[in-house]
Design a protein around this ligand. Structure first.
Ligand SMILES: Cc1cc2nc3c(=O)[nH]c(=O)nc-3n(C[C@H](O)[C@H](O)[C@H](O)COP(=O)(O)OP(=O)(O)OC[C@H]3O[C@@H](n4cnc5c(N)ncnc54)[C@H](O)[C@@H]3O)c2cc1C
Length: 478
């Protein structure tokens, strides 16, 4: 039997941040992920806004962990070399009534200790973001907010944790959790592990993991959201994320300046009870575009290059809050579930918090040789001409462009495949390098990427997956 100290279930942004925090301690730590890749659940489909935390209801876990998480991002991004930009948010009012709502949000945000939060008049709002609709009369400005690529954060945390001794096993679906004298026996379809503690970070499946251990106290439903990507070549960029004044359930449909230079519009909010609902309707897409283009009138439908959906895990007994606690009836089983928005923003703080719950009881010992740093992938398109020349001289694979839209080279793809927890699927490469994320959405580079996966990993062409098991691209070998 495999013996470890802690098992983390789920390799989303929460589980990978938790794994990284655990890897600072003298513990044998294992993360189990059911999919072919980490960051392939809710973490792959969201807006990537590092919210400041002004709207999280004061007194909740969200209100505590969102501003804290947002404040941790700049340093974390430096240590782990992932994309992060401190572009603030403007929540835009069109009427006096909406301005009154902004004053309430300001008071809530100040109570949550959101730094620099203030209401700006029309002139200041337009100087921060000239693209905002000229009919808007003012905004709540949150300069501490930012944007990131959530899957990059997850890869970076997992790689850093692995380099500090943690283990990650993919394609391992947790199917059983049994109490033992010293902790738990956790089973997957292939293996059984003995562990002292289990941390449940299973996203929309968080309630099912709890049930496997006999805990019936949690129920997760899904708040479905649709997002759109606008191509880069629209003639303008946004300096800040623009939100409308929020409604009851979500922050509203925003225009987000993504790290890569695109604009993301998102997202809608529809309650569902379906853990795999990735469909969207034409009406949802239209509602989203109309709402976001009210904020930014220069947006044009013909610039939409992709529409996708995500599912926010909502725990039904938590009053819309995160659930981060030791199970009331199962000692040693910890939950970090119901992590709906702002789960990206809060993830680093959620991880510290859940590990602190273990630490309070068990006094974990830090490693003396823990290394918080991780080397990121090279982004060839961002280098100067001299740097590009030098790189190609050192490694000719960087002189071979595979994705023309995003200028991604073979060197970057090889690095994505061969680093710890490397890419094994087409979407795994896409999320690590951006190959396939441009205007043609992989039409040009996908066959080339398949050649590379076949050559480097020895995967037969018919077995190459877009993403999950069953998503084979070819019916037979070419
Ligand atoms: C439309 C939309 C927009 C959003 N925008 C933002 C935003 O701008 N900013 C923000 O802060 N937040 C945003 N969010 C919220 C954010 O995406 C989530 O809070 C966050 O991704 C949750 O991460 P997670 O790690 O809890 O879940 P996940 O990423 O889903 O990770 C859970 C993992 O557990 C694995 N798993 C499940 N069952 C098992 C099992 N039996 N065995 C092994 N592994 C298992 C899954 O495969 C998955 O990889 C948005 C969400 C949506 C849907």
């Amino acid at each position: 039997m495999n013996q470890v100290d802690v098992i983390v279930i789920g390799g989303g942004i929460v589980g990978t941040n938790v794994l990284r925090v655990l890897s600072q301690y003298q513990l044998k730590t294992l993360l189990l992920e059911k999919n072919t890749d980490i960051a392939s659940g809710v973490t792959k489909g969201n807006g990537g806004v590092v919210h400041s935390g002004y709207d999280a209801k004061h007194g909740t876990l969200k209100a505590k962990l969102n501003p804290l998480g947002a404040s941790m991002y700049p340093e974390l991004a430096k240590q782990l070399e992932f994309s992060y930009e401190n572009k603030g948010t403007l929540t835009v009012a069109f009427t006096e009534e909406e301005l009154e709502t902004l004053k309430q949000l300001l008071a809530n945000g100040l109570a949550n200790n959101v730094p620099g939060l203030r209401i700006v008049d029309q002139a200041e709002m337009r100087s921060i973001e000239p693209q905002v609709n000229p009919e808007a009369i003012g905004a709540l400005y949150a300069p501490s907010a930012g944007i990131t690529d959530p899957y990059e954060v997850a890869y970076a945390c997992a790689e850093n944790a692995i380099n500090n001794g943690a283990e990650v096993k993919l394609n391992q679906s947790v199917t059983g959790i049994e109490k033992t004298d010293s902790g738990y026996k956790v089973s997957t379809q292939d293996n059984t592990y003995e562990t002292r503690w289990v941390i449940n970070c299973a996203g929309v499946y968080g309630d099912e993991i709890a049930k496997l251990a006999g805990s019936e106290n949690y129920e997760i439903v899904e708040r479905h959201g649709t997002l759109m990507i606008i191509e880069k070549a629209v003639g303008f960029e946004l300096n800040a994320t623009l939100f409308p004044v929020p409604g009851q359930a979500t922050k509203g449909m925003a225009a987000i300046p993504a790290c890569a230079g695109n604009i993301i519009l998102g997202s809608t909010a529809t309650m569902m009870e379906d853990k795999e609902a990735t469909r969207f309707t034409k009406d949802e897409a239209s509602e989203l575009f109309d709402s976001a283009s009210h904020l930014v009138p220069n947006l044009k439908r013909e610039n939409i290059i992709r529409i996708f959906t995500g599912l926010r895990p909502v725990e039904t007994h938590s009053n819309n809050d995160f659930v981060i606690e030791e199970d009331k009836e199962h000692e040693g089983l910890y939950h970090a579930i119901g992590i709906q928005s702002p789960g990206i923003a809060a993830a680093p703080a959620i991880a510290e918090y859940v590990v602190s719950l273990i630490n309070e009881k068990h006094e974990l010992i830090k490693k003396s040789d823990y290394n918080p740093l991780r080397k990121g992938l090279i982004d060839f398109s961002e280098l100067s001409v001299t740097e590009k020349q030098q790189l190609v001289e050192d490694n000719p694979a960087y002189g071979h462009v595979i994705c023309r839209c995003e200028i991604v080279t073979e060197g970057e793809i090889l690095d994505a495949i061969h680093r710890p927890i490397g890419a094994t699927t087409i979407d795994g490469i896409k999320r690590r390098t951006r190959a396939g994320m441009g205007r043609c959405q992989g039409g040009f580079c996908q066959p080339k990427i398949m050649e590379i996966l076949h050559r480097e990993l020895g995967i037969e062409f018919k077995d190459i997956l877009l993403e999950d098991v069953g998503s084979n691209v070819l019916l037979e070998d070419k």
